[in-house]
Ligand binder design. Sequence first.
Ligand SMILES: [Cu+2]
Length: 127
Amino acid sequence: MRFSTLALLALLLPLAACGPDDAPEPPGTADAPAAEAEAPEALDTETEVTVYTVEGTVRSVTPSGRHVMIHHEDIPGFMQAMTMPFDVPDTLDVDHLERDDRITFTFEASEAGHVLREVARLDDSGS
Ligand SMILES: [Cu+2]
């Protein structure tokens, strides 16, 4: 019956295609691009960056100035209030920040982490 012949072929073809991969390649066939070109373009997982602006309190600044521990307030849909480190980019100066400073700050959240963009002290009204 024609149908079963086709079904049999469908079963056999993938098996045949797998065959050469299992056998170790003899040396001398190196010029054949045997390995399917591995697509380096696995960029479908595009990094999502979300920007948040929240208030918080400075807990500490690392001596290198590369991280700030901040107790941030609730960030609706993202995090509850907590103390956590934020990365400081080279373009941002946090030298003026001190422990217990009340701040409002903007940061980028992505798979790469939490990176500060701007920090402003709330009590800088001129005392
Ligand atoms: Cu947090």
